[in-house]
Design a protein around this ligand. Structure first.
Ligand SMILES: Cc1cc2nc3c(=O)[nH]c(=O)nc-3n(C[C@H](O)[C@H](O)[C@H](O)COP(=O)(O)OP(=O)(O)OC[C@H]3O[C@@H](n4cnc5c(N)ncnc54)[C@H](O)[C@@H]3O)c2cc1C
Length: 402
């Protein structure tokens, strides 16, 4: 049933999904009141720059605000008041301050929280500000994680003048499992050219304050480090600054006692492919949610474009409009002046082919195939080619959606 034009919509979480859901609801004609309840003290802001320009010190928080001062959203923003409980009868939410908000519909958009192994993590602006303020120049930096966030952060630390940057990616080459051999080799080479060192397949088991390490004599570096990282192969790595970029968990702890179905593995809110949870009036989008197509691997999880596309699809479903087809999945990352863009369903590929460029030059254009059919593309500084590919494939082939 579609939302009445004067219905009061509660959006929980003032991040990307919350902001774009509100924006899409207005764009698609909803005239009723919208209240966006956020745990953070800041206006809604964009996160990708936190590991890039913000960490570098070339962008400030106010540059990241999502709302357009020239066309501000007509919504009520409530800040610094985390939602702590969901009620289905009557429909509404309770916040940490004890306030109960009644609504005709609720969109859950609480995002995710960084997994923290130790040292710094980067999920919110406070995390990034703490790392930005850390004395990185000349420091021995260790980055735990092999995903784009880890690699971006490693790249930024080299720009900030770190004495050494070591990445503990947990696989022989960064991104090998997800992106395939050629891209993983190219990423490895790109980072090594900028002085980043990788530690192979070893995984980080723990991060301890240096004074507490059991065998400091085995440490790789001299000096007085802040931390010791113990690896799965027994090595101990000393570091002045440790950054963990080892994934995020959906911010749904406040929902564990609710009627909503949560994914047993990730605790994400389970929905269909419009964001509907199955409970009348309750929807979910962004990093806190797992849409049906994400469960089957057809769509990626935890990316900017996916969140924005979900907000659009969810708004049209709530308003009873014709759902526009979701675009091909898309993500990007910036590392050492190389923009990496990937589109399509890379996770489903069984073959990777290099179309152009070379590992040495770091300008690869790579095709991802499944049973001989191209289902994805990745380019390193190949903006034009990736844009063209995306334009040509606005709608996902029906055969793969089945
Ligand atoms: C450092 C960083 C770099 C990134 N770089 C890229 C990139 O280069 N490319 C890319 O494609 N993607 C990138 N991403 C991913 C992208 O930013 C996320 O997918 C996107 O932010 C998800 O939006 P969201 O609204 O679901 O979650 P968030 O943006 O995390 O917003 C959720 C909001 O909900 C609030 N909240 C949580 N719990 C509650 C509660 N109980 N009550 C009220 N409010 C609550 C949070 O405080 C937060 O403000 C990056 C993410 C990070 C963290």
């Amino acid at each position: 049933m579609s939302l009445a034009p004067d219905a009061h919509l509660l959006i929980i979480g003032a991040g990307l999904a919350g902001y774009y859901t509100a924006r899409q609801m207005r764009t698609q004609g909803h005239t009723g009141p919208i209240t966006v309840l956020g745990a953070e003290a800041h206006p809604a802001y964009d996160r990708p720059a936190l590991s890039k320009a913000y960490l570098c010190g070339t962008t400030d928080l106010c540059d990241l605000y999502l709302d357009d001062p020239a066309d501000p959203l007509d919504v009520r923003w409530v800040r610094s008041d985390a939602v702590v409980g969901l009620s289905t009868e009557p429909l509404g939410v309770r916040t940490a301050s004890g306030t109960f908000y009644l609504g005709d519909a609720v969109v859950i958009a609480t995002g995710a929280e960084a997994r923290r192994l130790g040292g710094h993590a980067i999920r919110c602006v406070e995390d990034a500000a703490a790392l930005r303020a850390a004395p990185l120049a000349g420091a021995r930096v260790a980055v735990i994680g092999g995903g784009f966030l880890a690699l971006e952060t490693a790249a930024t630390c080299t720009t900030r003048g770190a004495g050494s940057v070591t990445v503990i990616a947990g696989e022989e080459l960064p991104g090998l499992r997800r992106l395939g051999q050629p891209v993983a080799q190219a990423l490895h080479r790109l980072h090594e050219q900028h002085g980043v060192r990788f530690l192979g397949a070893a995984r980080a088991l723990s991060v301890t304050p240096a004074g507490h390490a059991e065998h400091p004599e085995h440490a790789e570096h001299p000096g007085s480090p802040e931390h010791v990282i113990t690896l799965s192969d027994g090595r101990r790595i000393e570091a002045d600054v440790v950054i963990s970029a080892v994934g995020a968990v959906p911010a749904t702890a406040w929902l564990t006692r609710s009627a909503l179905a949560l994914d047993p593995e990730t605790q994400a809110v389970l929905t269909d492919d419009t964001g509907f949870t199955g409970i009348p009036g309750i929807w979910a989008a962004g990093d806190c949610a797992l849409w049906a197509a994400q469960r089957t691997g057809l769509r990626p999880v935890g990316h900017w474009q996916e969140t924005v596309d979900q907000a659009q699809a969810l708004a049209s479903a709530m308003l009873g409009g014709v759902p526009s087809p979701m675009q091909e999945p898309y993500l990007w990352s910036d590392q050492h002046h190389v923009t990496i863009q990937a589109a399509g369903m890379l996770a489903l590929a069984d073959e990777v082919q290099v179309l152009a460029g070379s590992i040495e030059a770091g300008d690869l254009l790579v095709s991802y195939l499944r049973e001989g059919t191209e289902i994805g593309i990745l380019g390193m500084n190949r903006l034009r080619e990736v844009v063209r590919w995306r334009r040509a494939r606005r709608i996902r082939p029906a055969a793969l959606a089945a």
